[in-house]
Design a protein around this ligand. Structure first.
Ligand code: GLN
Length: 240
């Protein structure tokens, strides 16, 4: 039977800065180019989430204001479901604002936004500039170290709890907090990262890896000359 990737996009209209929805377009294209099925659903403000309804759950980045709306709603309507998603090994990919909300909290001055606590991390606004620029990291997702290149722009600084693994090591850029040299989080099939780009068009190897994890299949190669050029260009932009 032809496999179908079922993707659920969380708060797509609110959490989509830097056209993060491009990540979904890449997942769709890479499935369809291989003759596989692709189904997209969404869950937004006030809506519950069925943890079995998708193989991959996705959330993009957002402005602080939109994040505040989303944070409370997500805790109220989706926290338990997201824990069930992670427990059954479905893939969760969250970018920037979405990544911050996977943790325990996002402290902005006097206001503390709650997170869903899927991973052990906290994000705080600290005095200092926003962390902005091209960024490249080295990540090992099981098949040896690979480069993920993208663009970051965040005011929040993220600190992982003891025992929580980052997604990768910063080669160029700021990463989680501009201090400890780490970027993102990776626990089981839950991945959080600060990298926009959007992320997946510039790193299609990562898109394929997520599809493989989500469906427990092995994918054959595609003609990736254009995608490889996009990856090389993102690496050059970051200076590696
Ligand atoms: N609003 C968050 C911050 O500034 C996330 C920004 C983003 O998603 N790019 O830290």
């Amino acid at each position: 039977m032809t496999p179908t990737l079922r993707v659920c996009s969380l708060y797509p209209e609110l959490m989509n800065i830097y056209a993060d929805r491009g990540n979904i377009a890449v997942l769709r294209a890479r499935c369809e180019w291989r003759g596989m099925g692709f189904e997209l659903a969404a869950s937004s403000l006030g809506e519950t989430l069925d943890p079995d309804s998708a193989d991959l759950f996705y959330m993009g980045g957002g402005q602080d204001r939109d994040q505040a709306l989303v944070a409370r709603d997500m805790v109220d309507t989706k926290r338990d479901a997201l824990h069930a998603v992670a427990a059954r090994g479905a893939v969760v990919l969250a970018v920037c604002g979405g990544y911050q909300l996977l943790g325990h909290s996002y402290q902005m001055g006097d206001e503390e936004l709650p997170g869903v606590g899927l991973v052990d991390l906290r994000t705080v606004r600290e005095p200092g500039e926003r962390l902005i620029g091209n960024c490249a990291i080295e990540a090992d997702l099981g098949s040896g170290p690979r480069v993920i290149a993208g663009f970051e722009n965040h005011g929040g600084r993220t600190y992982l709890g003891d025992g929580e693994e980052p997604l990768g090591r910063v080669l160029k850029g700021f990463g989680n907090n501009g201090r400890d040299g780490f970027e993102g989080v990776h626990r089981g099939n839950v991945i959080g990262t600060y990298l926009h780009g959007p992320l997946l068009p510039k790193n299609v190897w990562l898109a394929d890896h997520l599809i493989e994890l989500a469906l427990d299949i092995e994918l054959g190669p595609l003609d990736d000359r254009m995608e490889d050029a996009a990856h090389a260009s993102a690496r050059r932009a970051a200076g590696i």
